[in-house]
Design a protein around this ligand. Structure first.
Ligand SMILES: *Cc1c(COP(=O)(O)O)cnc(C)c1O
Length: 237
C-alpha cells in the first residue's frame, strides 16, 4: 500500500465545509459512544489523523477548532507542521506511527506526544534527543501482528520502568491498534487490563490511546481516553 502526501496549500471553501462536517461527525460519534458507556465526552480527547491529506486540510480542521492532530510518518509530519506554523497555527501534534531512531529528532521538532514507543532502544533515542519533556504512550502489540509495531504484553512493564526512569520522558499511558483478525471488544478489554498493570508501576500513566474510525465505540466502552480518527474526519484515503 502506498500513499502520496499531497502538498497543496490552497484552501477550498467546499473542502473547508466538508472538514468542519467531518469534525462534527467525529465529535458526535464520540458523544454517542460516551453516552452509551456512561462516560463524559470531556474525558475522551479526539486526535484528528490527517495522514495522506494536504497541509491545507490540517489547517482547516485547526481553524475549525480542533486542537490535537496525529500523523504516522516523520517525513509527512515535518513539512505539514511547518506549513501550519507559517500560518500561525500550532496544534498539539501526536506522532502515532512506527518510529525509526534516526527520525526521532525530526519528530520531536513538532510532536509533543509519541504514541508508538515500543522498545528500549527507541526510549533511549528519545531520551537523548528530547530537549524538553515529551509525553509518550507505550504501544502494545496484542496479536503479534508482524510489521505494526508494539511491545508484547509481557514486556510492557519492564519497558515502562525503563521509560519512566528517563528525565525527559513522561509515560502517559498505553496505546494499541486492534489486531485485524480480533474482535475489537476483546482487544480493548485486554488493553484496559494492561493499562491497570501499567498504572501499578507508573501511577500517572492513565491515558488509553485506542479507537480508530472502525472501532471507536468499543474503544470508548473500554475506557479509551484518546481516540485517533482519520477517515471519520478527513474522508476516505
Ligand atoms: C491511520 C491511523 C489511525 C486512523 O485510522 P482511521 O481508520 O482513518 O480512523 C489511527 N491510528 C493509527 C496508528 C493510524 O495509523
Amino acid at each position: 500500500m502506498t500513499s502520496t502526501y499531497r502538498a497543496s496549500s490552497r484552501t477550498d471553501p467546499d473542502r473547508e465545509r466538508e472538514l468542519a462536517a467531518g469534525l462534527e461527525r467525529a465529535r458526535g460519534q464520540i458523544a454517542e459512544a460516551c453516552a452509551a458507556a456512561g462516560r463524559s465526552p470531556a474525558d475522551v480527547r479526539l486526535i484528528a489523523v490527517g495522514k495522506t491529506f494536504p497541509a491545507a486540510d490540517a489547517a482547516s480542521v485547526v481553524r475549525a477548532g480542533q486542537t490535537d492532530l496525529g500523523e504516522n510518518k516523520a517525513q509527512e509530519l515535518a513539512p505539514k507542521a511547518e506549513a501550519l506554523r507559517e500560518q500561525g497555527l500550532e496544534p498539539t501534534w501526536h506522532f502515532i506511527g512506527q518510529l525509526q531512531r534516526n527520525k526521532v529528532r525530526q519528530v520531536l521538532a513538532s510532536a509533543s506526544w509519541i504514541h508508538s514507543v515500543d522498545r528500549t532502544s527507541l526510549v533511549d533515542a528519545i531520551a537523548r534527543a528530547a530537549e524538553r519533556p515529551v509525553n509518550v504512550c507505550l504501544q502494545v502489540d496484542l496479536g503479534a501482528d508482524p510489521g505494526r509495531g508494539g511491545v508484547s504484553p509481557d514486556d510492557l512493564l519492564p519497558l515502562a520502568e525503563h521509560a519512566a526512569a528517563q528525565e525527559n520522558l513522561r509515560v502517559r499511558g498505553v496505546m494499541t491498534v486492534a489486531p485485524l483478525d480480533w474482535d475489537a471488544d476483546r482487544a480493548f478489554t485486554l488493553l484496559a487490563e494492561l493499562s491497570g498493570k501499567l498504572r501499578s508501576v507508573v501511577p500517572g500513566a492513565t491515558e488509553i490511546s485506542a479507537g480508530m474510525s472502525q472501532d471507536l465505540s468499543s474503544a470508548v466502552a473500554h475506557g479509551a481516553t484518546m481516540v485517533r480518527l482519520g477517515r471519520t474526519v478527513f474522508g476516505a484515503r
